[in-house]
Design a protein around this ligand. Structure first.
Ligand code: ZN
Ligand code: ZN
Length: 144
């Protein structure tokens, strides 16, 4: 019995697909699908927002990118897949990577997690105001 050779799994490769992933990996701004769409639309005039969403979903399933969560109504993505803490500005929605590592349960009081539960990772998000938003505050542009 001869089997037609399997020269590695041939994934459907489209240039568009590669561009989407490259773009998300090349920025640390944790973009939304809409942002990706707006950047690529001039290059691929037939691109639709649905295609961007679909590709992003596949990348997530393949572990090529992660979701940071929904910020101001839009889901944001990260090409840096190793777990790392994030800072999210509650005013402008900017997402910043926090360097340094935490262990799985650091900061939790002892006994917080029931002993029958096994933690394999945790997501840490800090909320507050970014430098730009704080600066705007200090300039007194807002009156309460
Ligand atoms: Zn901000
Ligand atoms: Zn990140």
């Amino acid at each position: 019995m001869t089997r037609t050779a399997l020269p590695g799994r041939k994934k459907k490769h489209s240039k568009k697909r590669d561009e989407i992933l490259d773009l998300i990996r090349s920025t640390s701004s944790h973009p939304s699908a809409r942002w990706v769409y707006e950047q690529l639309k001039p290059l691929f005039p037939r691109l639709s927002l649905g295609t961007v969403y679909r590709n992003i979903r596949t990348f997530r399933e393949d572990g090529d990118l992660i979701s940071v969560g929904v910020v101001q109504g839009e889901e944001r993505f990260d090409g840096r897949v190793q777990p790392h803490p994030h800072f999210i500005c509650s005013r402008c929605g900017k997402i910043v990577d926090i360097e340094g590592s935490m262990d799985k349960t650091q900061g939790m009081s002892e006994g917080f997690i029931p002993p029958d539960l096994y933690v394999d990772h945790r997501k840490t998000v800090f909320y507050g105001l970014c430098g730009d938003c704080r600066e705007a505050d200090e300039k007194g542009t807002t009156t309460v």
